[in-house]
Design a protein around this ligand. Sequence first.
Ligand SMILES: NC(=O)c1ccc[n+]([C@@H]2O[C@H](COP(=O)([O-])OP(=O)(O)OC[C@H]3O[C@@H](n4cnc5c(N)ncnc54)[C@H](O)[C@@H]3O)[C@@H](O)[C@H]2O)c1
Ligand SMILES: [Zn+2]
Length: 342
Amino acid sequence: MRELNINLKNTSYKIIIEDGLLNNISKYIKEVYKNKKIFILTDDNVEKLYLNTVISSLKNDFDVDYVVIPHGEESKCLSTYAYVCEELIKKDIRRNHLLLALGGGVIGDLTGFVAATLYRGIPYIGIPTSLLSQMDSSIGGKTGIDFYNRKNILGAFKQPSMVLIDPKTLDTLDEREFNNGMGELIKHGAIGNKNLLMSLLNKPKINEDIIYESLTVKKAVVEIDEFDLKERMTLNFGHTFGHAIELKYGYKHGEAVAIGMLMAIKMGVDLGVTDNECYGVIKNILELYNLPTVEYNYKDYLTDVFYDKKNIAGTINFIFIPKLGEWTIYKITEAEIKEKLL
Ligand SMILES: NC(=O)c1ccc[n+]([C@@H]2O[C@H](COP(=O)([O-])OP(=O)(O)OC[C@H]3O[C@@H](n4cnc5c(N)ncnc54)[C@H](O)[C@@H]3O)[C@@H](O)[C@H]2O)c1
Ligand SMILES: [Zn+2]
């Protein structure tokens, strides 16, 4: 078992990482929740695999009900949000009841947004089941849904009361989803934890310790920048170019981040910011996890990128890694891009 605390200005919460935790969640929930009623939100895939286990482990201590939605990103939308709220209201949810988000990042983001808005805020606990949600999206309090073809455009910051991670659930994840999560996990190593990164060269089984190490990287930036105003943007390493190719070529997000990291490393090397050795090491690790390492020339994307939302007053903040396990925020203007790179 590993434990981590997220300490923010106005709140703090515990993350428990434990194999087999799903069979034993009541004791942790009782630490932070004193009422009886619990509503679980899950998707139809996770329902089949884990809902009964979770209900069984809660039912001696709590009165449990649930709402199931279809799996997939399409469910992170206004109509599913409305459906969930309606079901919860019909089931007579009160503002001092608890929501449990049982599933991947989609369930986490949607449940968090319901928790942020219903009755202007009710408590929720995350039980992330995909690799991406365990090592990334379940902490930090960013919640929301997609709208008007824009991802995460409606949302709120709402921290969970606790996060309960059972790495055993990763055994049922299909390989592409698993590798998708690895894209972001490798990114955490690249920007903030060299030991974690280098350990991946042996392709270890993803266990409590690796999830813990990956979360420490996110914890560090979330604690200094809860509302995503500065340091938290370092989590976007690989995302500037990643976003540009994700939709164009139909990659999954973590796959696009894999390619985007390599593009950002090339650019960093050209600017003299990034150490040459970074490219080979990260490429090797990405290949071990069957992530794409196709070379796209970053220069072909600089113009697109410049007009992306990150363009603040004529400059772009690029995230580079000077060395393995270190990040830096590098401000660059359009004129400099033309002079130094094109
Ligand atoms: N809030 C944040 O900080 C943050 C950060 C990164 C990503 N996200 C969001 O997270 C979402 C992606 O998360 P995701 O990759 O977990 O997607 P997801 O929730 O769609 O899960 C991926 C698939 O795996 C299935 N699944 C989940 N757990 C499983 C298990 N243990 N066994 C078998 N199947 C399982 C799901 O049913 C789904 O089909 C995106 O919407 C993204 O915007 C949020
Ligand atoms: Zn990402």
